[in-house]
Design a protein around this ligand. Structure first.
Ligand code: C5P
Length: 288
């Protein structure tokens, strides 16, 4: 906590550089193999300060759409910590919502993970990352990887997280067409389980080889998602129409898609082109 009596943390967007569905459990959840990264720019901003009760307030361009998933997940994460660790104090959590909601970049999960980190310190709980991740997994499959908040391979239904170390420098352009997508519906619309692939050591590669290796991976949810939400196909097409895009793919269950670039200048040029053609779409350029 700072001397001003509050603690703050960014909730970075979560991007699935690939998402291979490798199986399905009896409870309906899918087994995944996904390389997840957290672009260094942009994200939601959370702040906690003292309060008698648990209070969540919002601001920012997407605060009105925080709706059921984002704010409830933050509050549910806070309540879970209170009950697991017998915390009687409250907290005022303020969420500046800059990321589109229900958009495949883990907005709600990343917010909940950031809130867990902040409250773990604010309430002097002292839980380890592993303990937080085990608890977080009860609230959502993406929360463990968002608690790690570093490039990692996510397996199982999301509970197995293996940090892979920093990747060679590449740049990402994220684009969302403003359509929210329900994750369970997209999993149901999946065409076929792609299965496990042989994965190379991504961090040991040069940037061009990394991009080439990512290109042959996939997001197994993409084809079904496009059928459900045709705007996803429009975003992928618009990204493919930009110069020097090395990989073009959907993140998570959509609708956010991304393109990867070797050079920052080409990512910025693609962003300009997309925003000129679609001024209402949300975009973000960042290094990975
Ligand atoms: O865990 P979370 O609430 O994020 O998951 C939302 C939905 O997405 C689940 O109810 C399930 O339908 C689907 N899902 C899945 N397999 C996963 C993660 C999510 O089938 N590994």
């Amino acid at each position: 906590m700072t001397q001003r009596g509050f603690a703050a943390r960014f909730a970075r967007p979560k991007v699935n550089l690939f998402l291979h569905v490798t199986g399905k459990r009896d409870d309906g959840y899918h087994l995944l193999e996904s390389l997840v990264c957290f672009p260094k720019s942009g994200g939601d901003a959370l702040r906690v300060s003292a309060a008698d009760d648990l209070v969540l307030t919002g601001s920012g361009p997407y605060s009105e759409n925080m709706g059921e998933s984002a704010d409830n997940l933050v509050l549910r994460a806070a309540k879970l910590l209170q009950s697991e660790f017998d915390v009687s104090k409250g907290a005022h959590i303020h969420l500046e919502k800059n990321l589109p909601v229900a958009s495949g970049i883990g907005g709600g999960s990343s917010d909940a993970a950031a809130a867990m980190h902040l409250l773990n310190k604010f309430w002097n709980i002292g839980a380890s990352l592993d303990t937080l991740a085990r608890l977080g997994a009860r609230l959502g499959a993406d929360i463990p990887v968002c608690l790690h908040a570093e490039t990692a391979l996510m397996e199982g239904v999301g509970e197995t997280v293996t940090p892979v170390g920093p990747l060679p420098k590449i740049f990402i352009l994220l684009v969302n067409p403003g359509v929210s997508v329900a994750t369970p519906t997209v999993f149901k619309a999946m065409k076929k389980i792609g299965g496990k692939r042989v994965l190379p050591d991504f961090k040991a590669m040069s940037s061009p080889v990394l991009l080439e290796s990512l290109r042959v991976c996939s997001n197994d949810l993409e084809v079904g998602a496009i059928e459900l939400v045709p705007e996803i196909g429009d975003v992928l097409q618009a990204l493919n129409d930009c110069a020097d895009t090395q990989v073009v793919r959907m993140s998570g269950s959509g609708a956010t898609c991304f393109a990867l670039f070797e050079a920052e200048a080409t990512a910025v040029a693609a962003d300009t082109q997309i925003r000129e053609g679609h001024p209402d779409w949300w975009t973000l350029v960042s290094g990975i």
